[in-house]
Design a protein around this ligand. Sequence first.
Ligand code: ZN
Length: 458
Amino acid sequence: MTPNSAFSLGVASALPGLRFPALPAAHVLPRLAMFQQLEASQWLAPEALRDWQFAQLDALLRHVRATVPAYRPRLAQAGLDGERRCTPADWARLPLLTRRDLQSDGRRFASNSVPVEHGAVAALSTSGSTGEPVEVLRSGLDRLMWEAIQLRDHAWHGRDLAGTLCVIRAGVPAMPDDAAQPNWGAATADLFATGPSHALPIDTDVSRQAAWLRHHDPHYLLSYPSNLSALLDRLEPGALPRLREVRSIGEMLPQELRDAVRQRWGVPLVDHYSCNEVGSIALQCPVSGLYHVQSESLLVEVLDVQGAPCAPGTTGSVVLTTLHGFAQPLLRYELRDHAEVGPPCPCGRGLPTLRRIVGRTRNMLTLPGGEKRWPLVGFAEYRAIAPIRQYQMVQTAVDALELRLVVERPLSAAEEAALTAVVQRALGHPFALRFDYRERLLPAASGKFEEFLSLVAD
Ligand SMILES: [Zn+2]
């Protein structure tokens, strides 16, 4: 049994005079029930977890056949006619759902009859870093699962919910500097006694962010990797004396940032792999640091270019199925992220692992011959050449790149030439490189910052 559980998080009792065992308010019991089941199911053997996933998948497919006509030809093509239980072999024949399918007419994949017990349905709109909007409908059940997984994340990392949380991200309203939420958000509200949380929009100037953080002196700080990286330059060791952990979301996490946070601020960085379309995909293991796939909520496949499952140690395309997405089921949705499959985890949890999230397929480099590959553009060497604060590379054409820079002083022609040489050598092609100097590099409307962006069409 794990020492981190509802007890260590401190369930808030709603009954006068009752502290132990706690009985929370009726409206939060479903959240507690789901969280407690996740506490147990994480230890199931991988085969048992897979069996439960396919049992849930059968229930979902019955709903899809009855209420989402657009999926019927796809299911028929895979032989998933409902005559017998779906097997992994049947499942592998189902055509992938692409981002383009969702963009062109995503509502085709919405259910025409969501069980009323699943709660209110709302649209979740995502803009994406390259301006490709996608809208997905989610029910109250989807939100419940999301909240339970947030609680699992707190439990795994032994967070003290009585602490102060500061959040700097997209989608939070601008509030007065001293304003606070009484809890850590929807997952903890009315269920755990938490400390306050404070939120700041991601487009706030970094020096103001730093002053705001000094003022609140949080125990926990949550933001995007690129923003954390900018804050590292502004907050010296000891600037946040109460800080216990930094949490990152929303972007690919460079290993250097983990090391830099540990070195400069003396605390661990814990990452959370999620996407706007479905929410949490994988949480970092407190024992190994591997990412545990959230199998109770999603069926996650990592596929090679032939569409076969990748073995541990190999990298492929991430394909998701939302096991509770009854409002708009996503069946084998190709996320266009690349990830490396991890080994079984030494912690003993049966949840499968990813070793690392490599990057977004849509932001791969296109070579003039049409070949695509990961852009290793030598970023690590830039600061040795010139005083560069922030950078972003954009592929504007098959033979042209733009290097956007925030610099401490104007660069000399010799420095620009040295940077060009590094980029051309790293990419193995003499791309034309244009320098574009900026005051600040802002993330996309989604809040995510991409170090490499491709504007070249597929
Ligand atoms: Zn683990």
